[in-house]
Design a protein around this ligand. Sequence first.
Ligand SMILES: NC(=O)C1=CN([C@@H]2O[C@H](COP(=O)(O)OP(=O)(O)OC[C@H]3O[C@@H](n4cnc5c(N)ncnc54)[C@H](OP(=O)(O)O)[C@@H]3O)[C@@H](O)[C@H]2O)[C@H](O)CC1
Ligand SMILES: [K+]
Length: 515
Amino acid sequence: MKIFTAEQLYEADKITIKKNKIASSDLMEHAATQVFTWIHSRMQGAPVPIHVFCGIGNNGGDGLVLGRHLLQHGYKVQVYVVNFSDQRSEDFLLNYNRLKDAECWPTLIKGEGEFPKITKDDIVVDAIFGLGLNRAPEGWVKALMQHVNDARAYTIAVDVPSGLYANSAPDDMEAVVHANMVLTFQAPKLSFFLPETGKFLQSWEVLDIGLDPEYLNATDVTMQLIGKQEVLPMYVPRQKYSHKGNYGHSLIIGGSFGKIGAVSLAGKACLTTGAGLVTAYIPECGYEILQIAVPEVMVTSDPGKRQIADIKFDMAPTVIGVGPGMGTDDQTRNAFAEFIRTNECPLVIDADGLNILAAEKELLESLPAKTVLTPHPGELERLIGAWTDDFDKLEKTKAFAKKYDLVIVVKGAHSVTVCDQKLYINTTGNPGMATGGSGDVLLGMITGLISQGYDPLQAAVFGVYLHGRAADIAVNDTSYQGLLASDIIDYIGDAFIDLFKRPEPPVHEEEGKHE
Ligand SMILES: NC(=O)C1=CN([C@@H]2O[C@H](COP(=O)(O)OP(=O)(O)OC[C@H]3O[C@@H](n4cnc5c(N)ncnc54)[C@H](OP(=O)(O)O)[C@@H]3O)[C@@H](O)[C@H]2O)[C@H](O)CC1
Ligand SMILES: [K+]
């Protein structure tokens, strides 16, 4: 699914109005009616108090239209105008009058003493600010937002939670409405998926407000949300008359005394994702462990007993996954550096491989084009330096990926794959995956996909999706707490089967405020 910037959505708005020869108020009526229908189909007329807070722009206008429909359908609704400015938008004013014509007089809020009482059993609709926010909410407006948050009522935000921008960091983290549900117009916004801003919402749903499909289709975006629909076309079916030689030979390099398990996990995940053959290259101490732990994986041992000391192998791998459990001992560091300088095979690099790259940045110049790096935030920071916020982090990652022609998977609740100035935001996965070894499994899976012929970007995007999906299916049996990295491997097969099963659920749960 495409993620548009606020600027692109405003443009779509204009084009739709012009092309369809409609008034902007018609678009507002349509958009807000969708919000009403969403609420009405769930509440079925229940007499629960609903507080609709409207700003003075078009987001507020949406709130006024919603208030009118709720009122006309007999809901117990109170509409407030958060009167932070006299510069009311035209469509706000039109709908303000329509609301009055429907015998509803909104309550004007002009300061702190005028906040209504909200109980936690009420419903709040936040239509204070939308895409037009251009500075931090201050004074009593900020206090009102906090008053709404403190009430802990079920809160539905129109388009975006007030205080959040679509594609940049909020100016004030204390001045953001916490939403249980965001009913967002036409397309999800980037801020819904990044850790510092995604925490302000629990769930989101897109309402199709009928913006010009031609414009939306033709407009190039730099951000995409990756779900089943996006990965299905990448899937390459297994051919009947194929053999293991058709699916590549992966080499996994890593491991050290006490961390041979990382290579077992990566090797097994690589095979389970479909690689034809997998060889593990590990220090001598791991030889028997690995042969017993994963009999399907072949093992070549390094001359180093407890850690890798000199990377030399007598085979021609299709792809190499390197780093898991490898350590950063001096000998290993030198061996890794020498390997990187001479290697020409496609690479996937994680963990200590990334740490050595961060310490010896000149090695980055020697990486093959489209090498896949899979850093967690700590590893990423060592590579690209500090960032000011999540949006800056992605900009810096884009620049870094461009400089060295890399595919970078920024791991997190929504892992983001960065390549060629584009962002691919994953939708699968769950907090159970915050457990030792799940990164090793991901490295193995991406390596296994490249082994079969997926190009590195597709392998990263598809691998991240499958990894999360396997864990999502697994937690039904294991719970979040009980999920082990090896369980993710056990469910990779189910994740493949699931590609051809049921459609995606419409509601997207985020890690939200309400613990
Ligand atoms: N195509 C669509 O997606 C549609 C969107 N709709 C809705 O319209 C909003 C965007 O509406 P807009 O009027 O552009 O902006 P807002 O309502 O978000 O903001 C209103 C004004 O508030 C002022 N402002 C901004 N920041 C602050 C602040 N921190 N404190 C006080 N005031 C602030 C600003 O005016 P200024 O002149 O004061 O700068 C804003 O203009 C979109 O989100 C949808 O909900 C349509 O209804 C349907 C189509
Ligand atoms: K809002």
